[in-house]
Design a binder for this molecule. Structure first.
Ligand SMILES: CC(C)(COP(=O)(O)OP(=O)(O)OC[C@H]1O[C@@H](n2cnc3c(N)ncnc32)[C@H](O)[C@@H]1OP(=O)(O)O)[C@@H](O)C(=O)NCCC(=O)NCCS
Length: 122
């Protein structure tokens, strides 16, 4: 599976930090949301799936006010109950400007919230 565009965000004034760039907490929120959208697309459902871990989060370059950020995802690993989604963020108009990258692990659950096989393979 290749990286697929899943969502975009526009950097607004109220999301800036005291350095004059996008606040890291906002970008973290957008990255994990994009990973969730990716997991929903892979599984074909939204329920009985929880975020378990965020790995190797890297802030690569600061994002400026007014930037349109493109978020892409890729399924990089499947286990018995978990799946790992890689996410990256880059400037929509200038794709060679990467802002951030991470991997997010989701776990499929049963009705009681316990890990359960998802039946997905790569
Ligand atoms: C996610 C959760 C169900 C996992 O429970 P658990 O008892 O650790 O479950 P298991 O030991 O059976 O592990 C389940 C899978 O998670 C993986 N896993 C557990 N901890 C991990 C970690 N820190 N990093 C990466 N993978 C991890 C295991 O390798 C296993 O994968 P596999 O079955 O594909 O091999 C449980 O920790 C939980 O409910 N966490 C809260 C989730 C939450 O509220 N998220 C925020 C809202 S969505």
């Amino acid at each position: 599976m290749k990286m697929k565009t899943i969502t975009h965000h526009y950097v607004r004034m109220e999301q800036m930090n005291h350095h004059g760039s996008l606040y890291s907490g906002v970008l973290t929120d957008w990255m994990t949301e994009a990973a969730f959208f990716g997991a929903v697309q892979v599984l074909g459902r939204r329920d009985n799936m929880v975020m378990c871990a965020v790995q190797d989060f890297r802030f690569i370059a600061p994002a400026e006010l007014g930037s349109v950020i493109c978020f892409q995802y890729e399924l990089v690993k499947t286990g018995r109950t978990s799946l790992t989604i890689a996410v990256n963020a880059h400037n929509m108009l200038n794709p060679e400007v990467p802002y951030a990258a991470c991997e997010v692990v989701f776990v499929n659950t049963d009705e009681n919230g316990k890990s359960a096989p998802h039946g997905i393979s790569m």
